[in-house]
Design a protein around this ligand. Structure first.
Ligand code: GLA
Length: 376
């Protein structure tokens, strides 16, 4: 029996009907463009969130988590309205709401994706639940349908206006590949990212600065990009070239201009990065990754001192490219490094953090892994 099934049995005195899991992600490039019809290039981590679920006949959703020592949070399933339920339960309940399921359910979560580290623990949870419910209720939904349902849960039920990248990669990723996703229509191309044989490693540096994206900085920047679209009277930032955009600078206020400039140039960087990856040019690829960081730091202004220090130190000690990932304001950075430099870079980042009296960072090496799956 799956270990989570045992725990479920102890907690709810019955066996789960289904167990499913879904991964967190890193994003190689394409940051803050997944709500602007942009391209993104994330890959799934091997860290997953697993959920065990069973239908119940008491008309209630009972949610529990191994990480919360099995405390049970209960809501009435007839009365689901956005933002109801304890904050941490809104991700799974939001998916139930978004899929229009009105049965009572028992849910036990085992989350192994670090929380608040910019690695999409929330999408992992949403997508594990969506995958389980799709099977349990025989909904027949495609991966794109599930991604949109999970995004709707987060946008409306949780209240975080995220794009569609995290949910898509958590559902659609395949082992060994990064996912080139066109967020306009959710079309995908799997891009091989097999760097170990080349002596390379993708190092994740978790700054341990915990962000709360529901807080407003994310939404405010998204709103700036939408303002640019309205002020320029265009359909999408994707429809305007960098040159045309720069030529219309005077039509926008400075903040709006800089934020939209990030979006437009970032979309171009993703496609350039994919071309370089396909040509096996990891030096050129690394340079674009670093250029993305500079734009996130200076134009989009979502970095923070800890992320900048991690990136600068990794680059100083030999990284081919490095940048903050995810929503920003904390969380993680990635560095594309030569595997032989791994120990040196980790210890230099660690001592640079100590010198600044920052919290001690955590490190791990990321490999492109598979997306959501039914386990049992
Ligand atoms: C968060 C959001 C994503 C995306 C990234 C930034 O992870 O959930 O939709 O916008 O930030 O690229």
């Amino acid at each position: 029996m799956h270990p989570l099934a045992n725990k479920f049995q102890e907690l709810f005195a019955s066996a789960p009907d289904i167990i499913a899991s879904a991964p967190g992600r890193v994003n190689l490039i394409g940051e803050h463009v997944d709500f602007l019809d942009g391209f993104v290039l994330p890959f799934a981590l091997s860290d997953v969130t697993t959920v065990a679920i069973a239908k119940n006949s008491i008309g209630k959703i009972r949610t529990s988590s191994v990480q919360r020592k099995g405390a049970i949070s209960i809501v009435d399933c007839a009365a689901l309205t956005p933002k109801s339920g304890e904050a941490w339960t809104r991700y799974p309940i939001g998916v139930i709401w978004s899929l229009g399921i009105d049965s009572g359910l028992d849910i036990l979560i085992d989350g192994q994706v670090p929380l608040g580290a910019g690695l999409s623990s929330s999408a992992a949870l949403e997508c594990a639940v969506a995958t389980a419910l799709n099977e349990l209720f025989d909904l027949g939904l495609s991966l794109s349908d599930l991604a949109r349902a999970a995004q709707r849960a987060e946008n409306i039920y949780v209240g975080m206006p995220c794009g569609i990248m995290d949910q898509s990669v958590s559902l659609m990723a395949t082992e060994g590949n990064a996912l080139l996703l066109d967020t306009k229509d959710l079309s995908i191309e799997q891009i091989p990212f097999d760097i170990a044989p080349l002596g390379l490693e993708l190092l994740v540096i978790d700054t341990q600065v915990h962000h709360a994206l529901v807080d407003g900085g994310y939404a405010e920047r998204r709103a700036s990009c939408e303002k640019a679209i309205a002020d320029l009277n265009i359909n999408s930032l994707r429809d305007i070239s960098v040159a045309d955009f720069v030529a219309r600078k005077s039509e926008l206020d400075e903040k709006t201009y800089l934020r939209a400039f990030h979006g437009i140039t970032e979309m171009k960087r993703v496609l350039d990065a994919v071309t370089l990856l396909k040509a096996g040019d990891f030096v050129g690829f690394g340079e674009i990754v670093t250029a993305a960081h500079i734009s996130l730091r200076d134009n989009y202004t979502v970095s923070c001192p800890e992320l900048n220090l991690a990136v600068d130190t990794a680059l100083k000690f030999g990284a081919l490219g490095s940048r903050m990932i995810g929503g920003g304001f904390g969380g993680s950075a990635i560095a594309l490094i030569k595997a032989k430099d791994s120990d040196l870079i980790k210890s230099e980042v660690k001592s640079a953090f100590m010198k600044e009296r920052f919290k001690s960072p955590r490190f791990f090496s990321a490999l492109p892994s598979a997306g959501a799956r039914i386990i049992d």
